[in-house]
Design a protein around this ligand. Structure first.
Ligand code: DQA
Length: 152
């Protein structure tokens, strides 16, 4: 049976490819989704790929994932640095959670160095460009397999 995984993207990532390309690159979010769907097919994963500029929508997808998904990859974008509500929602999710940032947040402004989500994440990828998404998905697939093997 295919394992369902969520990739959730936060605010402004709908502008990927147009927004600050020197930092975030020229690939669009649609390009990222295509690359992720390729990996999902190879890894026997059913992918739900979402983006929103609204915090509540992201929280609602995490709640939905509680009932339906084996794991989550999340780029919370600016909510990374502000949202206790997204952290709380992720803490209510039982499966593996991976956090991804396209840019290396640690090389940037000090306010980007703290992530609320990192205290819940099982792993963090930052600064690998959009390739971080497919790497995170491959890792998530492995983590889901390991959880299943342990009977978790
Ligand atoms: C980001 C980094 C965040 O600091 C920023 O607010 C974003 C994108 C990244 O993918 O590098 O919107 O999460």
């Amino acid at each position: 049976m295919k394992r369902v995984v969520y990739i959730i993207n936060g605010p402004n990532l709908n502008l990927l490819g147009k927004r600050q390309p020197a930092i975030y690159g020229h690939e669009t979010l649609a390009d990222v989704e295509i690359a992720c769907r390729r990996v999902a097919t190879e890894s026997n994963l059913e992918l739900k790929f979402h983006q929103s500029n609204r915090e509540y929508e992201i929280i609602d997808w995490i709640h939905e994932a509680r009932e339906t998904a084996a794991g989550i990859v999340i780029n919370p974008a600016a909510f990374t640095h502000t949202s206790v509500a997204i952290l709380d929602a992720l803490n209510a999710f039982d499966g593996p959670v991976l956090e991804i940032h396209i840019s290396n947040v640690h090389k940037r402004e000090a306010f980007r160095h703290h992530s609320y989500v990192s205290s819940r994440a099982d792993g963090v990828i930052a600064g690998f460009g959009t390739q971080g998404y497919t790497l995170a998905l491959q890792r998530l697939s492995r983590l889901i397999d390991e959880t299943a093997t342990k009977g978790g």
